[in-house]
Design a binder for this molecule. Structure first.
Ligand SMILES: *[C@@H]1O[C@H](CO)[C@@H](O)[C@H](O)[C@H]1NC(C)=O
Ligand SMILES: *[C@@H]1O[C@H](CO)[C@@H](O)[C@H](O)[C@H]1NC(C)=O
Ligand SMILES: *[C@@H]1O[C@H](CO)[C@@H](O)[C@H](O)[C@H]1NC(C)=O
Length: 428
């Protein structure tokens, strides 16, 4: 009897031990297998990308330095300071300006007023100025979005401005609470040429949590040619769980939105220095209906220069085989201005590899294959810049930008330039 009792106790003990062992084995296999699988996937993606970028780069047309100043020359008409970061009063720092033409042929500039400190994560107000005389005079500041005295990180970030020419509406898309566990994508508009602005709409649910991005500083586009004529396109960078860029699309004049092309950084999370991390992006449409995007190369992937991406399907995809690094467009990791008009692509940005200084305007007459050395607009410290032109004026281009002498954002200024075209193509 005692033996039987002992044997059954032994069996029970063995069964318990087996179960414990099984649990430990399942746990260990999961731990060992899971990271191995995801690591090898990442490495493969990384390799593909590396090869594709290299191929695109090698196949790109040879850049020539002899095409300088052919066809176009620029001269400054005037230069006006719109905001000054005097560090006085409630809002003493201004940064990240955006600019657009309006449906009635005027100009609207919006910038971030930063309360308390210059850091990105503090409460802000968005402030608007308009010009109805080709940039000669500007209205007083009007505040349209105000974070009040909210806590650290619970704040708004500019943002992409764009105009729907069909409905004569100006939009500003921006992100709220970018570094909170839940971020929101917001859209505010004006239907009276920028005089008054409505309440912000929360469009987070249109896009879905995983694609909520920071609409990049600069302007969005409305497609003027097929494919997807009339579509509104905003390029954004960064996600709640990783890095990279995404195109946000609307085919009903800004009422509903969805995501199109998505280009993750590699690796997606905590991208190290030297790896592929496309950041702030500025799209332009070319006459063939393709979209050409100039992208900040945040982790200095293979050069201190811009990444270029292209879409041939209205922003649904950005094929890897058309990505390249534009070594002519050196940058100190920054937002740049890009504008295309009548055969000329304009580009603005600091012509340096690391320091935010020496702001140049440059241009290309072969869709960005080769660039002129350009003209220096501000020789001292300078930061973000953006460009626009008025619809009824083919002769002037406007640049809004951060500049200074103590810091690169002492002031936000607008420079108006006259475009002169010459037919003398032998001039160099
Ligand atoms: C925006 O909508 C999302 C999803 O419905 C929500 O989680 C978020 O709190 C909203 N944000 C704001 C600022 O209202
Ligand atoms: C424009 O703003 C108004 C007022 O806030 C809002 O009712 C309308 O839905 C907005 N339109 C779009 C397309 O976002
Ligand atoms: C477009 O550029 C050409 C030179 O390439 C010039 O002759 C023409 O006047 C320009 N058209 C407009 C509308 O600016």
């Amino acid at each position: 009897m005692a033996d039987v009792k002992q044997a059954s106790a032994m069996l029970k003990w063995l069964r318990v031990m087996l179960r414990v062992l099984l649990v430990i084995m399942v746990f260990m296999t999961g731990r060992l297998l899971y990271p191995r699988v995801s690591n090898s996937t990442l490495t493969k993606r990384q390799m593909d990308l590396h090869n594709d970028v290299q191929t695109a780069q090698e196949s790109s047309v040879q850049r020539s330095s002899h095409s300088s100043n052919v066809g176009v020359s620029l001269s400054v008409v005037h230069d006006i300071v719109l905001w000054t970061s005097d560090r006085l009063g409630e809002v003493g720092i201004y940064r990240v300006p955006v600019l657009t033409y309006t449906p009635k042929g005027n100009l609207v500039a919006i910038t971030e007023g930063r309360r308390k400190s210059k850091s990105d994560e503090n409460p802000k107000i968005f402030t608007v100025k308009r010009s109805t005389d080709g940039g000669a005079t500007w209205s007083p500041s009007q505040w349209i979005v105000d974070d009040g005295k909210s806590r650290f990180k619970r704040c708004s970030y500019i943002g992409t401005i764009f105009t729907d020419d069909t409905t004569a509406t100006i939009f500003l898309m921006y992100v709220y609470c970018e570094f909170c566990p839940t971020r929101s994508l917001m859209l505010i508009n004006s239907t009276d040429d920028g005089v008054t602005w409505g309440r912000p709409r929360n469009i987070t649910d249109h896009i879905g949590k995983n694609y909520i991005t920071h609409p990049s500083p600069g302007y969005g586009i409305q497609k003027k040619h097929d494919p997807a004529k009339g579509r509104l396109i905003v390029c954004g960078h960064g996600f709640h769980d990783g890095l990279g860029i995404v195109l946000l699309l609307s085919d009903d004049h800004g009422v509903t939105w969805r995501h199109g092309a998505f280009v993750p950084s590699v690796p997606f999370l905590d991208t190290p220095k030297g790896y592929f991390d496309p950041d702030e992006c500025q799209p332009v449409e070319l006459p063939d209906g393709s979209i050409h995007i100039v992208v900040r190369n945040q982790m200095v992937y293979r050069c201190n220069c811009k990444m270029i991406m292209r879409s041939f399907d209205g922003g649904e995809t950005l094929p890897r085989k058309y990505m390249l690094l534009d070594r002519a467009l050196v940058e100190p990791r920054i937002t740049s201005g890009v504008w295309y008009h009548n055969g000329t692509m304009f580009y603005t940005g600091p012509k340096t590899k690391t320091k935010r200084s020496k702001l140049f305007i440059r241009w290309s007459q072969d869709y960005g294959r080769t660039w002129t050395p350009g003209t220096e607009i501000w020789g001292d410290l300078a930061g973000y810049s953006t460009l626009t032109m008025l619809p009824q004026d083919d002769n002037h281009i406007y640049m809004l930008y951060e500049r200074g002498t103590k810091e690169y954002f002492d002031e936000i200024a607008v420079t108006k330039m006259k475009i002169s075209t010459t037919t003398d193509r032998s001039a160099t």
